[in-house]
Design a protein around this ligand. Structure first.
Ligand code: DGY
Length: 326
């Protein structure tokens, strides 16, 4: 019997290749960069399984080229780069990696909140540029985290992990999500608000809503105007959830005090982009889940998803489980 062929778009950490080789022939894009589109399309016709990263666009063009494809597994929890409906229509399950990155990503979001609200970037730049003068009672005063009001936009797994951190900081916590979650309210002590109410009431707003057409520019000019002028905005979701031009205006004009971003739009953001020049904007390059342990867990969870599919079992973590209803 011929063995299944798997295309891996970039070498992942952990034992992924060994796990996949146990059930299939495996081709790994040999360079340490995102696979070029032309190479991905050229490999598509031979692939029974695809192991991919969030840098690949998995759309109808790719799926049309991948006539043999029976399963896709992505090493990420977000799958907004994948046309899920098109995969479902073709009967292709899509694996993703929830849970294993929740705590690490919540740490990053909370770190960004502290860094932005407490003006770490300006302080760091003073030090490295030799501008650290004598102690000054009013220098670089920021806003408190402990005891303040935190607004969480999107109370999924990561939002709930952020709420647990907020509880440790003695914060009052508000949340908004599509459906009110009374169990989370009970367990975490969070209070439901509409987005507009939350933006007006929170001292700090952390956005972790998943990205889809309905959350594109969820935080737009009006949303930013609804926030307190002393507020911090953190985006640990996907760049386009926040309107970048509106954010530049809001940070430059004092509509809000600071921002901490793990994701941007565009991404990567060019070094000469106006957002990067703003001293009250602290940006890191999409490293929310970037710890050694978590990246290995994500990589191996994605491999386990693909192995299951290639063995004819249901993927343990499937982003379009309705594919199995047909
Ligand atoms: C994801 O998994 O979607 C993150 O953005 C990368 O960890």
């Amino acid at each position: 019997m011929t063995r299944a062929q798997v295309v891996v778009t970039r070498r992942p950490p952990g034992a992924v290749v060994e796990m996949l080789r146990a059930v299939a022939e495996v081709w790994v894009f040999p360079e340490n960069r995102a696979i070029p589109r032309a190479e991905l399309l050229a490999r598509a016709p031979d692939a029974d399984g695809l192991y991919c990263m969030l840098t690949e666009r998995i759309d109808a063009e790719f799926l049309d080229a991948a006539g043999r494809l029976t399963a896709i597994s992505q090493m990420a929890v977000g799958v907004d780069n994948i046309d899920l409906a098109a995969c479902t229509a073709r009967g292709i399950p899509v694996g993703y990696t929830p849970d294993v990155l929740t705590e690490t990503t919540a740490d990053t979001a909370f770190g960004l909140l502290i860094a932005a609200a407490r003006r770490f970037r300006e302080g760091f730049e003073e030090v490295v540029e030799g501008r650290w003068g004598e102690w000054d009672p009013l220098a670089l005063v920021g806003r408190d985290i402990a005891g303040s009001t935190l607004g969480i936009v999107g109370l999924g797994r990561i939002g709930q992990a952020i709420a647990r951190r907020g509880a440790g900081f003695g914060m009052r916590m508000l949340y908004t999500k599509r459906r009110r979650d009374r169990r989370a309210e009970e367990v975490l002590g969070v209070e439901y608000r509409t987005l507009r109410e939350l933006l007006a009431e929170a001292d700090h707003v952390v956005v972790v809503a998943s990205f889809h057409p309905g959350t594109h520019h969820l935080i737009d000019r009006d949303a930013l105007a609804a926030m307190k002028p002393t507020a911090t905005l953190v985006n640990a979701a996907r760049g386009p959830v926040v309107d970048t031009d509106a954010l530049v205006e809001a940070l430059a004009g004092g509509t809000i005090a600071a921002a901490g971003l793990d994701v941007t739009d565009p991404e990567p953001i060019p070094a000469d982009h106006p957002l990067v020049a703003l001293p009250n904007c602290f940006i890191v390059p999409h490293i929310g889940s970037a710890t050694v342990r978590t990246r290995i867990r994500m990589a191996e969870r994605a491999a386990a998803n693909l192995v299951a599919a290639l063995e004819g079992r249901q993927m343990p973590y499937c982003a379009n489980p309705e594919v199995y209803d047909a």
